[in-house]
Design a protein around this ligand. Sequence first.
Ligand code: MG
Length: 274
Amino acid sequence: MDWLQILEECKNNVKSRIAPLLKASPNKPKPNLGIGAGGDPIKQVDLVAEKAITETLLGKGLSFTLISEESGIKRYGANPKQHYITADPIDGTTNITRGIPFYATSIAVSTKPELRTVHAALVADLFHNITYTAVKGEGAKRNNQEVKPSELVDLSEAVIGVDLNTYKVREIAPQITNLIEQTKHIRHLGANALELCYVADGTIDAFIDIRGKLRTTDTAAAWLIIKEAGATITTPEGKPLNAKLDPKEKLTFVASANRKIHRTILSLLKGKQP
Ligand SMILES: [Mg+2]
């Protein structure tokens, strides 16, 4: 089965179905979400995107279990254990609603509801038409061109993403003070799946989320893209990520372009001085 072709169709349908809700243009990126009665317009974008994915898969006659940020775990077709689809239909909903042009759809296919069984993945920047894909054992691609992570090892030149969106920031911040002190360029762009793909293709050098808040639905597809690109992703303790695919399951991780910068980051997180 050509999963990339199917995931590509899912993405195209997400894009076309959310377009009328956004009414965005390059000159006027802030969307008009005045979409009438029916409640929360923010949620509406997410739900429309999820429906686009589900209907595309059903249109192919597939049986599958959908593990989604929006509606939890749902089973479709006669044999729903045949395929597991883990989706964050829109990653970066806040960016969409504020007109920040950085948001994605993220879809992973696995044989079991476990991260390590993900074998096909797509993360697509819906604003800039940039699509990252990976198939297990076949490398990672950006708009069909093979990607490689950066070889940069010097933190003073590195661009590192850190997600600190949490009420527990007083708890988390001390763990990353050493790292921030050594790093000149810290970023957070607001769509974690996409920021992980930026590590895969060398746009940034690392992305760190140690809040204990990020769902596996946000990470599943990017996890395979990172691995297949040859970048590194582990727990902050340096262990392989091993998670159940479930919207309630949360992850902490460090993703780095190469092993050398990864080791440096992990040791700074452990409180060691460089
Ligand atoms: Mg989302």
